[in-house]
Design a protein around this ligand. Structure first.
Ligand code: ZN
Length: 444
């Protein structure tokens, strides 16, 4: 029986809808027609720094197996579902649907997907590739969504992947306050973490499974496998009914947006991993944000971390010049400012010694001498003994910081950023993440 891969993107607006919801409808309708759904539907997050991204910047792909006759019915139904449910009255909502009649993505399509997740791609690039690989493209309005739709088909998640169970609200409840029992989320986290992650932020007490937008999602549970996501879902108590739910296989929490780059090679909108040394001490600017500079052999770069990253900022303020670090984050360009990397994650590789200069201690009375004026050396206030200006004492101060990984809290995390708990889950000395001190970890 023939296979059909379906990709959909750009159906939401800031005020509603979510492409994952249309994906759930497509799965249900395809089954009703008599088609078989192969594997889990895929939720593919795209470049989070792209200025024209959709709200959640996610596209979906579904693999279907059916007779030729049923494939035709399914395709017709999908176009109808997208047209009925997408927020078409919004100028920025321009859905795209792509059909591809093969189970295996060609190399050119895989490369395209990688570019859409890491970089900027045009609709012309998408149309050209679709023609080459004989993918069937349906543009609704300007059809910008075909970029993500095609990318979702090409991302088969063969390397790293996670899962998300998404539960949806009844139409009449959308846009109102979500009423989830917070204690049930904490209970769920206690039972299922770290096989589920980013459920809530223990520092702020904030629940992280519910979105803050008026979209149809009631909550989403992120997990290492589908079974644990479903177990977790059974523990969460909601005051409002769930209309439907679905489990997606996804590139969320896999770091797939990053490229390892030299500072010289950075450009706006990419997400980069850069190794270098702190070249200017972090300073707090207006709004509680923090900026500092790092340099590698190719150049120097501003790094920023913002107020909502809370406890992560405390770590950043402890960095000093010369610290050897690797930074992870999105590269932003703002008018009149040099390129800035918005920090998502940090690895401290080596700490620079922190040397402090102290006044000499008087050898007669044991008291610390005072400075006797600029360039004038020191004087003991009690016995008046003078000390030359180079008689100061250098002391190495213990750094209040450990080498290892640090990350922004769940509330400030990018969908694609891999939480440290996923990196260290298999280690024997698994760190408890997000604790007050954010102390790292087994790499020490
Ligand atoms: Zn003295």
């Amino acid at each position: 029986m023939p296979f059909l891969q379906v990709g959909v993107d750009d159906t939401d607006s800031k005020d509603g809808m979510c492409t994952t919801y249309i994906g759930a409808l497509i799965v249900e309708e395809s089954k009703r027609i008599g088609a078989e759904i192969i594997d889990y539907p895929r939720l593919i997050r795209l470049n989070p720094n792209w200025p024209h991204k959709t709200r959640g910047n996610c596209a979906i792909a579904i693999t279907i197996k059916a007779t030729d006759e049923k494939v035709l019915l399914v395709k017709k139904k999908i176009i109808e579902l997208v047209k009925e449910n997408a927020e078409l009255e919004y100028e920025t909502t321009n859905p795209g649907v792509v059909f591809y009649h093969s189970l295996k993505a060609p190399e050119s399509l895989k490369r395209f997907s990688d570019s859409v997740i890491k970089d900027i791609v045009t609709i012309q690039d998408a149309e050209k590739l679709a023609a080459e690989i004989k993918a069937e493209v349906h543009k609704i309005k300007s059809g910008n969504g075909i970029i993500g739709a095609l990318a979702a088909i090409g991302e088969s998640l063969d390397t790293d992947k996670t899962f998300e169970l998404v539960a949806y609200r009844l139409p009449k409840n959308r846009g109102t306050q979500r009423d989830i029992d917070k204690n049930s989320v904490i209970e769920m986290d206690e039972i299922t973490h770290p096989k589920t992650f980013d459920n809530y932020d223990p520092v702020t007490g904030e629940i992280c499974i519910t979105p803050h937008t008026p979209c149809p999602i009631l909550y989403g549970i992120r997990a290492e496998n589908p079974a644990i996501a479903i177990d977790a879902h059974k523990i969460v108590r909601s005051a409002e009914p769930i209309e439907r739910w679905i489990v997606y296989k996804t590139n969320q929490a896999t770091d797939s947006h990053y490229q390892k780059l030299k500072i010289r090679d950075l450009k706006p909108y990419v997400s980069a991993i850069i190794e270098g040394k702190v070249s200017s001490k972090p300073r707090i600017i207006q709004g509680g944000h923090i900026i500092f500079k790092i340099k590698d052999k190719s150049g120097e770069l501003y790094c920023a971390t913002f107020e909502p990253t809370k406890q992560f900022r405390k770590i950043i303020t402890k960095l000093i010049e010369g610290d050897h670090i690797t930074v992870y984050g999105g590269v932003k360009e703002k008018s009149n400012l040099p390129l800035t990397l918005n920090l998502e994650k940090l690895e401290i590789l080596k700490l620079s010694p922190l040397i402090e200069k102290h006044n000499p201690i008087c050898n007669k009375c044991g008291k610390r001498a005072k400075s006797s004026g600029k360039n004038d050396g020191y004087i003991c206030k009690s016995c008046k003994k003078k000390f030359s200006k180079d008689s100061f004492i250098l002391k190495e101060k213990i750094r209040d910081l450990n080498i290892g990984f640090y990350e922004v809290p769940p509330r400030a995390r990018r969908h694609l950023a891999k939480p440290l708990i996923r990196i260290f889950m298999k280690g024997s000395n698994m760190p408890k993440p997000f604790d007050e001190q954010l102390q790292p970890n087994s790499l020490n």
